[in-house]
Write a protein that binds this ligand. Structure first.
Ligand code: GUN
Length: 292
């Protein structure tokens, strides 16, 4: 029987606990945690992401602010904004929503974020700390994947975990985290140049798919009883929906799910946990600031 790794339920449970904690701190007279976001341009998906982050922040009692810049903002202007947020004691953590317009060097911008406020875990310092197993802000999506596996007590020790996709924000860090002590998976990281891909994915006890291609994983690529984590989010035009679109993942769930022991749905799987991770990182920054 296939069981659901329900990201929505898991995120509600974690947010409820966090909201309680925030209430305790504010009752004592402390200000609430504050998460800020820098949003450049008017990309629809980025606006949705930032709006969801604001909504989740308010649900747990955080202060949330968004600094909006036009699509033709210069790199210099953006670096100034980051410098301002780095030094603002009222802000515990912030993110710069990606992607940025072409005239801006993304890595230069990320490098300018103070590692102590880098709640996305994107700066070289936090990535280095993560790889060394030191205390770090972990990137939100990989951290969310770890949270959902833990929440459902999925056995990971000694399991073969195959990760599809080697992006800096998902595939590479999740491969690192799941191979670490505590999770103890044996990890295979696959990418666009991997040979005999289905042969490898069929060996996966845990299959994490973050390849960015709609319905890429089909039933013939999955072992019976596998735990399947689908990180993909794609909008597909659908006239039958009021919105005009539906959301699908990197996995053909219609034919794959029945083979799995556990599966993350899309939507409602990894997505809600990603935002929760950002809140957890902000809470961590806040606690450090106030020695809580
Ligand atoms: N764009 C897509 N996902 C993310 C994310 O997790 N953080 C930021 N800053 N930008 C993104």
């Amino acid at each position: 029987m296939t069981q659901i790794l329900d990201g929505k339920q898991t995120s509600i449970a974690i947010k409820d606990e966090m909201a309680n904690q925030v209430r305790q701190y504010t009752t004592k007279g402390l200000r609430p945690p504050h998460l800020a976001a820098i949003l450049v341009g008017d990309d629809g998906a980025s606006q949705t992401y930032v709006a969801n982050k604001e909504k989740a922040s308010h649900e747990v009692g955080f202060t949330s602010s968004v600094y909006r810049y036009s699509a033709n903002t210069s790199e210099e202007e953006l670096l100034k904004a980051i410098e301002f947020l780095n030094n603002d004691d009222d802000i515990d953590g912030f993110i710069v929503q990606l992607p940025l317009p072409a005239q801006i060097n993304e890595q230069k911008v990320i490098n300018a974020i103070s590692p102590e406020k880098d709640v996305d875990g994107f700066t070289p310092i936090n990535i280095g700390r993560m790889v060394l197993g030191e205390d770090a802000f972990l990137p939100a999506t990989p951290m969310g994947i770890c949270s959902i596996l833990k929440h459902y007590n999925i056995e990971t020790t000694g399991k073969h975990c195959v990760v599809l996709g080697r992006s800096n924000i998902v595939g590479t860090p999740v491969a690192n985290l799941l191979s670490r002590k505590g999770f103890d998976c044996t990890v295979t990281l696959c990418h666009s140049r991997t040979q005999n891909l289905p042969e490898l994915t069929r060996q996966a006890d845990i299959l994490v798919v973050a390849i960015g291609k709609p319905e890429f994983v089909t039933a013939d690529m999955v072992k019976d009883g596998a735990v399947l984590v689908d990180v993909g989010i794609h909008r597909i035009a659908d006239e039958s929906k009021k919105s005009g679109y539906r959301i699908i993942g990197d996995v053909k769930h219609g034919e794959v799910d029945a083979k799995c022991s556990w599966v993350t749905p899309v939507p409602g799987g990894v997505g809600p946990l990603t935002i929760v991770s950002l809140l957890q990182n902000t809470m961590k920054a806040y606690k450090k600031r106030f020695n809580l």
